[in-house]
Design a binder for this molecule. Structure first.
Ligand SMILES: [Zn+2]
Ligand SMILES: [Zn+2]
Length: 693
């Protein structure tokens, strides 16, 4: 809409920006600008890239003070309405300004002012990319692999999926399949259906490490008589240019399949016809800073207006998704048998209470390793703790290697030089020659991590080739890929690793999986820790014996009678889920309630707690004055690791059996909360559906 002042026509615009202020902001332009168009605008003394979200009849504030935009960034068509709607939904649900949702969802060059104003910005990033990619040779074709015969379960799952699609019935599916049951084959066939109908597929995987393996399967299989479908990959490990290229290919509808990690959920895809979320239970789908969204949940919510089918797949679905399936919100597609005739590995629980261990390994485990090595089989030892030892200790005075800035121990790492590192603030420093308290040079590592275990197993089995895969050993770009290739090629006899090795990889000769130090998760403060442990154990156990009989899994534990282990022994996820859901229901925990977590930090714990007390009182007052019932505000408590990087942290948990009531409370209360924080000069983080409490 327009206003005319002295012959100059003004078209008013609402623009969102990536700033921590509730927008949108008023601007004007001399001509009409469509909603979704990116624009370069002045903001204070800076220039920023923004997105037009509305063209109002008149500005919200004083017309005289409204500034003109710098220019329209028309090197790309406007962002589509459904993409803005998804952003609006995420902004509302996660309580963040719309600009802080939409702008970060764009590839960096498209939201960086310098990409349009700098000396070398001629034509903008899109034009530059297109010039460059014209010179690039196309991806070489991959020889197609024939489709395997489907199992009865796979066939049934596909039949149900196809029936639901054609009848436009339930479009949300939970593909629940035991490890090795061939979930991927169902994804591939469902994807082919959609591709043949001329639509796009968005395929989400939890980890960057899993993309090469899936990319190859997709390239081998997603071809039809005339052509191979175009597959693009999108994750945070890509260089900015490569990321922009994949994103553009999806946005322009040229890519048929987009394979990516959680951030790919925000990619606009004009012909989108199917979303697949593999390993849907994985906590990597939850972003842990900035906009704390769950890509899995957004996948489900992205679907409705266009009714895009979504397949969530897992051997150990999250209890949230399992409960949805039980209530009929998702259609469950079960795969209860393995695709190859090979049975699931046998699980044994090795009771370690009162058992002498050498370097954390029981005799039974060491003997089993020896036997497997003699049979030329691979062994995987799983321990979820990286580094050499979790703490360094002085034998004389009992000094322990505390981090100076956190309430946590610094972990001993060995390398060219040994160092201590805090896994919370990241600080590291060289190992001292003597105890800083008493001067005794006899400092001893206490406990063990992957490095120490690797060292011990190499000594114990000198003829074996031992490899360690964890966040430390794979820090270099491409290193994880190279290591996994070695494992797949059979060049490794004993693999020691953290949860990095448990996901999705298909080892050919793996005969034995050993699990160490799993009990820690049973008694964690976080009520989801046992659920995560169970999923991890099923995953890691599922790596064994996918191609040969007689594989076994040995779990060392002091508590073999625990439900987690008993269900693992029986390979019975459903039993575990039923038991755990019953417990959660009896005490009103998710998925029988919905949570939001408000955290703050301060110089002292008291300041943090005091602020949260005020917040809580204000919240209680608001609940009462508005007549909102059912929302609980718990007493503020310190975080399990209270001090990180010299800041003390506390949290306030909010809970309600109704998602709508909790959202209504938060939305109506938030302006007061922001005002309170401002007046106290405190900052806070509000997280919806937190995973770690
Ligand atoms: Zn000492
Ligand atoms: Zn620290």
């Amino acid at each position: 809409m327009t206003s005319t002042t002295q012959g100059e026509q003004k078209f008013w615009l609402h623009v969102v920006l990536d700033v921590p202020l509730t927008g949108p902001f008023d601007y004007w332009h001399t001509g009409p600008v469509p909603v979704g168009q990116r624009v370069l605008v002045p903001f204070g003394r800076r220039k920023l890239v923004g997105i037009v979200v509305a063209c109002p009849a008149r500005p919200t504030y004083d017309q005289a003070k409204v500034r003109a935009i710098e220019r329209v960034l028309d090197d790309m068509p406007p962002m589509p309405q459904d993409w803005i709607d998804l952003g609006r939904f995420a902004a509302q649900y996660y309580h963040r300004p719309l600009g802080e949702v939409l702008l970060p969802a764009l590839p960096a060059p498209l939201r960086t002012p310098a990409a349009y104003t700098g000396k070398r910005s001629a034509g903008g990033p899109v034009a530059r990319l297109k010039n460059r990619s014209q010179k690039k040779r196309p991806e070489p074709a991959v020889a197609p692999t024939p489709a395997p015969e489907l199992t009865t379960d796979q066939q049934a799952a596909l039949t149900q999926f196809r029936a639901a699609i054609t009848q436009e019935a339930q479009q949300r599916f939970l593909l629940y399949g035991v490890t090795g049951s061939g979930k991927t084959e169902v994804y591939l066939r469902a994807a082919l259906d959609v591709l043949k109908a001329g639509q796009q597929v968005l395929f989400l995987v939890p980890e960057i490490n899993l993309t090469p393996q899936f990319e190859l399967s997709l390239r081998q299989r997603l071809q039809d008589d005339e052509r191979a479908y175009e597959i693009q990959v999108l994750h945070s490990g890509l260089a900015a240019g490569a990321r922009l290229q994949s994103w553009l290919a999806a946005f322009e509808g040229q890519a048929d399949v987009l394979l990516g990690t959680r951030l790919a959920i925000f990619t606009p895809m004009p012909r989108l016809g199917l979303i697949i979320v593999d390993e849907e239970h994985d906590s990597s789908y939850k972003q842990q800073d900035g906009l704390r969204y769950s890509a899995r949940d957004l996948a489900v919510w992205r679907a409705p207006p266009k009714d895009i089918p979504v397949i969530l797949g897992s051997a150990t679905p999250s209890l949230e998704s399992w409960a949805h399936a039980q209530r009929g919100h998702y259609q469950c597609l079960p795969l209860r048998t393995r695709a190859s005739a090979v049975p699931l590995p046998t699980v044994h629980l090795l009771k370690t209470r009162a058992e002498p261990l050498s370097h954390g390994c029981s005799n039974a485990l060491l003997q089993a390793i020896e036997t497997r090595l003699q049979q030329q089989e691979q062994v995987l030892i799983f321990i979820n703790r990286r580094g050499y030892a979790p703490v360094l200790r002085c034998g004389s005075c009992g000094w322990l290697s505390h981090c100076r800035r956190c309430s946590a121990y610094a972990v001993l790492h060995k390398g060219l030089r040994h160092y201590l590192q805090c896994h919370h603030c990241g600080d590291q420093w060289p190992v001292m020659r003597a105890c800083p308290e008493c001067g005794d040079p006899d400092l001893q590592p206490l406990g063990r991590g992957t490095q120490r275990l690797e060292e011990f197993l190499a000594q114990q089995f000198p003829q074996a080739r031992v490899l360690r895969i964890d966040a430390d050993s794979t820090r270099r770009k491409g290193q994880a890929e190279a290591y996994f290739a070695q494992v797949h090629a059979g060049e490794v006899d004993i693999l020691v690793g953290t949860q990095m090795v448990s996901k999705g990889h298909d080892f050919k000769r793996l005969g034995l999986v050993g699990v160490l130090n799993a009990d820690a998760a049973l008694f964690a403060q976080d009520f989801r820790a046992p659920e995560r442990l169970f999923a991890q154990l099923v995953q890691v156990a599922g790596r064994a014996g996918r191609h040969q009989q007689g594989a076994e899994v040995l779990v060392q534990t002091d508590y073999p009678e625990h439900e987690v282990y008993q269900a693992l022994l029986a390979h019975d996820y459903e039993r575990y889920a039923q038991a755990e859901l019953a417990t959660r229901e009896s005490i009103g925990l998710p998925p029988f309630s919905y949570q939001a977590l408000l955290t703050t930090e301060a110089k002292t714990l008291q300041e943090a707690l005091d602020f949260l007390d005020q917040v809580r009182n204000d919240g209680l007052h608001w609940l009462q004055s508005q007549g909102i019932t059912g929302v609980q505000l718990y007493d503020p408590v310190p975080l399990p690791i209270v001090r990180v990087a010299d800041r003390e942290r506390a949290q306030l948990l909010m809970e309600c059996p109704s998602r709508a009531a909790l959202q209504h409370f938060l939305t109506s209360w938030e302006p007061r909360l922001m005002q309170l924080a401002q007046s106290q000069r405190r900052s806070y983080v509000l997280e919806i559906d937190p995973l770690g409490i």
